[in-house]
Every structure is written in structure tokens, then in C-alpha cells.
Design a protein around this ligand. Structure first.
Ligand SMILES: Cc1cc2nc3c(=O)[nH]c(=O)nc-3n(C[C@H](O)[C@H](O)[C@H](O)COP(=O)(O)OP(=O)(O)OC[C@H]3O[C@@H](n4cnc5c(N)ncnc54)[C@H](O)[C@@H]3O)c2cc1C
Length: 368
């Protein structure tokens, strides 16, 4: 049987970051994905925002890995010449209740180690952002945007520079712990093969819990329920009225229908939140009215003609529609007692921002 040091299942941004990191110390790292290429699922269907880490509960993995990951990601982007911009974001309030939320956010951000938020008054906003309607806002200067495809390409290049390998169109079928690693069955375009590895990483995103069900010896109690929460985007044709990212105060399960720019300067609005039962990326034009209503709160002169359905992404969420905050789950042997196995569950936002910090967390968990 062929043998490698590590198999990473799933070549999204997180699996790529883990594979690149592991290839710095291990001789043979194999990254697989069932799709035609890398990053075809959630990693190419998001807002492409580098988050500051201001909302998440103190000491949660989301808070810790987002704040660490943001710094690592900016450094990585600079050193590997990945298109990115530290544009800054405005978190906007309308009225006293939302302004109280901004005050709370300053405190929460400080608890998470983010101390650079500044308060902008209505008068200041009128001068700096004449198209924006808000009674006050917080400026988060460390929030930015990134070209995720270039970032993923660079992680893949790093893996290959270190003699690691990425194989597309190859699905994980099952794994059997053998006392000294795992015998893993893969399906490569209909051809079944077995490979032995010491380390097995389940970074399967929306499919991570199904994959985990095929790892023999992993107790079902360690496999959480995953919910699909779709977020839709509408693009805004023509010149953007904003040069920074504009966020309303967050809604349940999402950050609210915000305005974000991509590296090419294209403005998009979204995502909203909609729990769904099966993976389906459709964007109904019927959502347009709801989008206009939400956007008009902070951009009253929006031109509805310029707003067009664009794309959607699906968050792999541990929390159901009636649950509160749930953290990332990154499970090692301390949790499930299987040496060499790491499962990643519920890596929704801020998974992109956190990706390099998640990779460090995984290698620390494995002590490599
Ligand atoms: C609408 C939306 C907006 C978001 N915005 C942001 C943002 O602005 N900033 C931010 O930081 N985060 C954001 N996120 C979160 C971020 O996109 C994700 O956390 C991140 O992309 C997750 O990457 P991943 O590698 O874990 O998953 P994925 O990209 O889903 O990759 C998982 C991979 O596993 C593969 N796979 C599954 N099963 C198998 C199998 N059996 N065999 C082989 N391969 C398999 C899949 O094909 C897939 O390619 C957003 C998410 C959504 C949905």
C-alpha cells in the first residue's frame, strides 16, 4: 500500500492552509478534493473580507483565530504579493439602541485584543461618506479585502514547492485506524485505491460530518449536527458609492446585508441568512425587495435598476435557526482519542480570515 505522512481531505481555503503548513515539516503531504479543482465550494462563495475579530465572544476559537489569523494573513499577502486592501469598515448605527450596540462592540473588541476602533459622528460621516445614512458609526481600520482565488493559488504553490501534492477529482471514501495511522480508501474518478497515512485531517466543509461518519472508530457522539445556512449576494452595477465596507449591526446568524467591494472595485450587497435542507446555490430574484429595504436604511438613494442577483454561499453552521453562538470545533485526540486525526466542524465565517491560524492550531494539536 502506498504511504504518505498526511492526507488532508478538502482543498478549500482551510484545507489548503493546513496542507501548506504541514508540508513545511512533513516529507509527503497529500491534499485531495472531490471536485475538478481546489476551492470550488464555500471558499469561492463568500464576501472575501479579512475580518477584524470584533464580535465573537472572548476566548472563543472564532475570536482568537480570527485576530491571530488576520495578522498572519496580512503578512502572508505582503510577502507573497496577493492582491488585498486594508480598506477599513464602517459599522453603522441608526438611533440610540443601535448606538448602544456600537458602545458594546468597542468593549467586546477590546476583550478580543482589537483596540483600534474609532467613533464617527453623524456630521463626520456626512463629510466623509455623503451617500451614507447613519446616526453614528465605528470605523474598523484593520478590516480589509482579499483576492481569495490568488490566496488559494499561493497556498497550493507553497504546498507544491515543499513537494506536497494536490489531487483533484478524488473523493475520500473511508478510513480505518490501524494502530499506527490510517488505511484510507479514496475514489479517484471511479478507481478505488488505498493509501496509508500517519495524520488524517477532515477539512470537508459542508461535508465534514458525513466524512466523519466514515472514519471507523470515531464515536458518533463526536460528530455534531451541521446546518446549512445560505447567504445570497446582489451585485451593484457601475461605480461604487462607497470606498469602504459598510456593515449594519449584525442580525441573528449573520453580519447583516452589508456592502463590500472586491479587489476590482465591484460593489456587492449581502449575504442574508436562510436555513436550507440541501445544498442548493440558487439566488431568487424575489429577494430583491428584501435587499432594497435592508440597504435603504444606510444607502437611501440606491438605484434598484443597478442591483442584480449574483451568487450565494452556504455556511456550514453548528447552530440551528433557534440557537445562539456556536464556536468552531477543531477536534484532536484529546477529544476523540484517535491519535493523528483532526476533524474540523462548523468552519463558517470567519474561516477565511482565520485560515492560517487554524493551520497553526491543527499542527499544534498534532504536535508537529
Ligand atoms: C456567504 C458566506 C460569506 C462568508 N464571508 C466570509 C468573509 O468575508 N470572511 C471570512 O473570513 N469568512 C467568510 N466566510 C467563511 C469562509 O468562506 C469559510 O469559513 C471558508 O471558506 C471555509 O473553508 P473550508 O476549506 O473549511 O471549506 P470549503 O471551501 O467548503 O472546502 C471544503 C472542501 O472539501 C471538499 N470535500 C468535501 N467532501 C469531500 C470528500 N468526500 N472527498 C474529497 N473532498 C471533499 C469539498 O469539495 C470542498 O472543496 C463566509 C462564508 C459564507 C458561506
Amino acid at each position: 500500500m502506498e504511504k504518505v505522512d498526511a492526507i488532508i481531505i478538502g482543498a478549500g481555503v482551510v484545507g489548503l492552509a493546513i496542507a501548506a503548513k504541514m508540508s513545511n515539516t512533513l516529507q509527503s503531504v497529500l491534499l485531495i478534493d472531490k471536485n475538478q479543482s481546489f476551492g470550488e465550494e464555500t471558499s469561492s462563495r463568500n464576501s472575501e473580507v479579512i475580518h477584524a475579530g470584533i464580535y465573537y465572544p472572548q476566548n472563543s476559537l472564532k475570536a482568537k483565530l480570527c485576530v491571530e489569523g488576520k495578522e498572519l494573513l496580512y503578512l502572508y499577502c505582503q510577502s507573497r504579493k496577493i492582491p488585498h486592501q486594508r480598506l477599513g469598515k464602517l459599522l453603522v448605527a441608526h438611533g440610540a439602541a443601535e448606538e448602544r450596540y456600537l458602545v458594546k462592540t468597542i468593549k467586546q473588541a477590546a476583550l478580543n485584543g482589537v483596540n483600534d476602533l474609532t467613533w464617527l459622528t453623524e456630521a463626520e460621516l456626512k463629510t466623509s461618506n455623503p451617500n451614507l445614512k447613519a446616526s453614528a458609526a465605528l470605523l474598523s481600520p484593520s478590516t480589509g479585502i482579499i483576492d481569495v482565488h490568488s490566496y488559494m493559488q499561493s497556498l497550493l504553490a507553497e504546498l507544491e514547492e515543499n513537494k506536497g501534492q494536490f489531487v483533484a477529482q478524488t473523493a475520500f471514501v473511508d478510513a480505518q485506524p490501524n494502530g499506527n495511522g490510517f488505511d484510507v480508501t479514496l475514489n479517484s474518478q471511479g478507481e478505488m485505491m488505498k493509501i496509508n497515512c500517519n495524520y488524517l485531517i477532515n477539512s470537508g466543509g459542508l461535508h465534514s460530518t458525513n466524512l466523519a461518519g466514515n472514519i471507523r472508530g470515531l464515536a458518533k457522539t463526536h460528530i455534531p449536527k451541521l446546518n446549512y445556512c445560505r447567504g445570497h449576494y446582489f451585485s451593484y452595477q457601475g461605480k461604487s458609492p462607497f470606498s469602504q465596507l459598510i456593515y449594519p449591526v449584525p442580525e441573528a446568524h449573520g453580519l447583516g446585508i452589508h456592502a463590500s467591494l472586491d479587489i476590482g472595485g465591484q460593489l456587492k450587497f449581502g449575504p442574508d441568512t436562510q436555513y436550507i435542507d440541501t445544498i442548493d446555490y440558487k439566488v431568487s430574484v424575489k429577494l430583491k425587495e428584501k435587499f432594497i429595504e435592508a440597504i435603504q436604511r444606510y444607502y437611501p438613494t440606491i438605484d434598484a435598476e443597478r442591483l442584480q442577483p449574483a451568487y450565494s454561499g452556504i455556511r456550514p453552521k453548528l447552530e440551528g435557526p433557534n440557537d445562539g453562538f456556536k464556536d468552531f470545533i477543531i477536534q484532536g485526540a484529546n477529544e476523540h482519542n484517535i491519535t493523528g486525526l483532526v476533524n474540523l466542524f462548523g468552519i463558517d465565517s470567519p474561516g477565511l480570515t482565520s485560515s492560517l491560524a487554524i493551520a497553526e492550531y491543527v499542527t499544534a494539536t498534532l504536535k508537529i
